[in-house]
Design a protein around this ligand. Sequence first.
Ligand SMILES: Cc1cc2nc3c(=O)[nH]c(=O)nc-3n(C[C@H](O)[C@H](O)[C@H](O)COP(=O)(O)OP(=O)(O)OC[C@H]3O[C@@H](n4cnc5c(N)ncnc54)[C@H](O)[C@@H]3O)c2cc1C
Ligand code: FES
Length: 279
Amino acid sequence: MKNPYLPYPVRISKVEIATEDKTLRTFEFEFLNREDAAAFTYLPGQFAELSIPGFGEAPIGIASSPTEGDHLTFTVSRAGKVTTRLHNMEQGDVMGVRGPLGHPYPLKDMKGKNIVILAGGYAVTTLRSTMIWLLHPENRDNYGEITFIYGARTPGMLLYRETLEEWDQRSDVKTYITIDNEVEGWDKYVGFVPQIADQVSPEPDNAVALICGPPIMIKFTQPVLDKMGWTGDQIIMSLENRMKCGIGICGRCNVGPYYVCKDGPVFTKAQLDELPKEY
Ligand SMILES: Cc1cc2nc3c(=O)[nH]c(=O)nc-3n(C[C@H](O)[C@H](O)[C@H](O)COP(=O)(O)OP(=O)(O)OC[C@H]3O[C@@H](n4cnc5c(N)ncnc54)[C@H](O)[C@@H]3O)c2cc1C
Ligand code: FES
């Protein structure tokens, strides 16, 4: 059995500045060994520890979908030691990826249901993965209506702008892209994600909502969904607690009886309502 602390060696195959303020970069990685690519089987919602020798590891949600091929995509905010080092690395540099870690979104249980995705800021990463996976021709017919609501502060802070445009053109997705305040030339939505959710008013019947965003967005989105009759079992969220081992051993990430790394990071709102607010 592979040592769970050992990362797979990967090469940075692409780096892009992702937002106008340059605090986010999107990295694509290729595995150095074919057998490692085959062993790294993942689904949307999972994360990995990005590992840089001499600097440490940082848990980051996987933004690519396995339906896109063998490469892995991560969008990383420059926050501290590891992520700052990563922002200084270039195409061709070699580092490590340890994972996949955690549970994915419950894609099997979501079959046959309408899906509502609510994303704010750069927490959209694993929901990008989910959208790409759901819209893949092999998966799309297994799901009902897809509604995608995503907000950022300004147009330049939206991630994956070309992909958003593609989704906007599709007839089988209702896409609502929003920014906080009016900007000249902006022809999509204006307002915070909870306000847009209120206007769109997605029906809870036979539906599941996936929410990922900053705490303030989640706080104000919950009452909007409650008002429409959504229950805690229908709302699925992903936590980003501080982590170290990522595999349920060090006890660094626990909330109530759960290790967020191993039992999550994906939880239903009903599960989280039972927990102390340590997340
Ligand atoms: C499951 C999961 C998925 C994540 N996905 C992404 C992602 O897709 N993109 C992304 O940019 N980031 C993501 N994060 C957050 C990311 O892991 C942290 O920003 C990163 O660990 C910082 O590492 P560092 O060594 O650069 O910073 P450090 O030097 O460790 O810390 C820098 C500062 O950030 C604080 N900090 C570190 N980790 C966290 C945390 N988890 N929550 C709040 N504050 C923290 C530290 O206290 C310190 O003030 C995710 C976290 C988790 C647990
Ligand atoms: S990070 Fe070690 S137990 Fe979760």
